[in-house]
Ligand binder design. Structure first.
Ligand code: GLN
Length: 243
């Protein structure tokens, strides 16, 4: 089996070590004998979505998002077809905001990809802290770090998780991120996937099943260190044994 990851515009959208997400996906495939390759696209490159199994759209500052958003309008029809065809997408922070209809900031409104029915409006102050979620996708909590000025409204869409500690989508709904078909959007940096191996495997499994059928399963990896790190963060911010 083989997986191809498309990394969209890493020169512009690459905050908080988002590239670590790519390394994590590649390694977890390699360790299982799944051939993995990453194609990093620059703004002028042509993207053939039929080559891709996972698309990663990383975080960026408002200025960088503005530069990318025009380009995104050009690739929107092909990107939308990929999503509706159950293509796997992981979109982080600035990339998550750009999945939606628009991102309104004090400096103007950026048009988004309109791949998921959501929108973002810049609020007062930034939401910056560690964050812990409970997802319905697997038992392990999702941990990370958030730093965003935008508040995202996901309407009736399914969230990625319930906030156990931190702010999440808008600091008040109690939810974080979004899941739509095989698209996952989230504010979590850190990078996200090395801290959350279950989420990395969820993406890999969805991508493999889309290409090779529902019978595909993933072999277990010895994730003791990842689990211990995750557990440490969970205990530090959510479950304080000392009461
Ligand atoms: N520029 C966006 C915001 O501040 C996203 C930031 C990010 O990707 N960390 O809301």
């Amino acid at each position: 089996m083989k997986i191809t990851i498309g990394h969209l515009y890493p020169d512009l959208l690459n905050l908080y070590g988002d590239r670590g997400n790519i390394q994590c996906l590649m390694k977890r495939c390699e360790w299982r004998g799944i051939e993995a390759k990453t194609i990093a696209y620059e703004l002028d490159d042509k993207i053939d979505f039929s080559d891709l199994d996972i698309v990663l759209l990383g975080g960026g500052s408002d200025r960088e998002q503005m530069l990318v958003c025009e380009k995104l309008q050009e690739i929107q029809p092909e990107f939308k077809e990929y999503v509706e065809n159950d293509g796997v997408v992981i979109a982080i922070c600035g990339g998550y905001q750009l999945l939606g209809k628009y991102y309104k900031t004090d400096a103007g409104t950026m048009q988004g990809l309109d791949l998921v029915d959501l929108y973002t409006v810049q609020g007062e102050g930034r939401l910056i802290d560690n964050i812990v979620l409970k997802t319905e996708l697997f038992d392990m909590p999702i941990v990370g770090f958030e730093n965003h000025g935008g508040r995202t409204e996901i309407g009736n869409n399914r969230p990625l998780g319930k906030v156990l500690y931190g702010s999440g989508n808008d600091g008040k709904s109690g939810y974080e991120g979004v899941i739509y078909r095989n698209v996952i959007g989230t504010y979590l940096h850190g990078p996200l996937l090395p801290k959350n191996p279950c989420l990395a495997d969820e993406l890999i499994l969805r991508a493999l099943r889309r290409r090779y059928g529902q019978d595909v399963t993933l072999s277990e990896l010895p994730d003791e260190e990842e689990r211990a790190a995750n557990e440490y963060v969970y205990r530090r911010f959510v479950k304080n044994d000392q009461g």
